[in-house]
Design a protein around this ligand. Structure first.
Ligand SMILES: O=C(O)c1ccccc1N[C@@H]1O[C@H](COP(=O)(O)O)[C@@H](O)[C@H]1O
Length: 219
């Protein structure tokens, strides 16, 4: 089975094209002003219109309110909302019901105590994104190029599809897939030459490394 890859934080048509041509299943746009990958709604609409059919367009938001989500969903053709803030399970369910799009909830983990909270989100989200917990005082709740201890999610089961994120690169994604059994992976910093600057060659290398993997059999 192929590993499904999401390339997040795209802002340029050439990088959307590189991701799609390499075989990425998802592309992500970041709507968070503190991020070097932030994109405005109008620019995201233009970019989203260039995404080939079959590649899912994901909008990453952080504790967004309904007014912003209304504006976003009206303007940009999207396939999924990624909630990467401190949204409660109730808020995730509310957004899912109100906006009519599948919702992927990001959960940051650093230790076993964080893994336990994933269950509550697995019951209300369409997908889960398991990421490293940001360091205390970090400006960004994700996109920090930080990996977590993959053994924490080894042999875990959640009732919806999930994606592995956090510090992934072409050099480590094979090992990450082997250790976690993830069928989907998400990357941002690991395909950049500088914060917020994507690199088409690194995108190609990452997708190739992720998809070249034999998937471990989970028992
Ligand atoms: O990428 C960002 O700038 C970002 C900002 C705010 C929340 C989440 C963000 N990125 C997400 O975090 C994961 C992991 O990033 P990285 O590969 O470790 O840099 C990324 O895939 C995005 O979904």
């Amino acid at each position: 089975m192929d590993i499904r890859v999401k390339i997040c934080g795209l802002r340029e048509p050439e990088h959307v094209a590189a991701a799609a041509e390499a075989g990425a299943a998802y592309v992500g746009f970041v709507f968070f002003e503190k991020s070097p990958r932030h994109i405005g709604v109008a620019a995201a609409r233009d970019l989203a219109l260039e995404v080939p059919v079959g590649v899912a367009k994901v909008a990453l938001t952080v504790n967004a309110d309904d007014a912003f989500l209304d504006q976003l969903v009206d303007a940009v053709p999207l396939d999924m909302l990624q909630l990467h803030g401190g949204e409660s399970p109730e808020r995730v369910a509310e957004i899912r019901a109100r906006f009519g799009l599948p919702v992927m909830k990001a959960v940051g983990i650093a230790g076993p105590e964080d893994v336990a909270q994933i269950d509550a989100y697995g019951a209300v989200a369409d997908q889960l994104l398991i990421d490293a917990k940001p360091p205390k005082g970090a400006d960004l709740p994700g996109g920090n190029g930080l990996a977590f201890d993959w053994r924490l999610v080894n042999r875990k089961y959640w009732p919806c599809p999930w994606m592995l994120a956090g510090g992934l690169t072409a050099a480590n994604v094979a090992e990450a897939v082997r250790m976690t059994g993830a069928r989907q992976v998400d990357v941002s910093s690991g395909v950049e030459s500088a914060p917020g600057v994507k690199d088409a060659g690194l995108i190609r290398d990452f997708v190739k490394a992720a998809q070249g993997q034999a998937v471990p059999v989970l028992r």
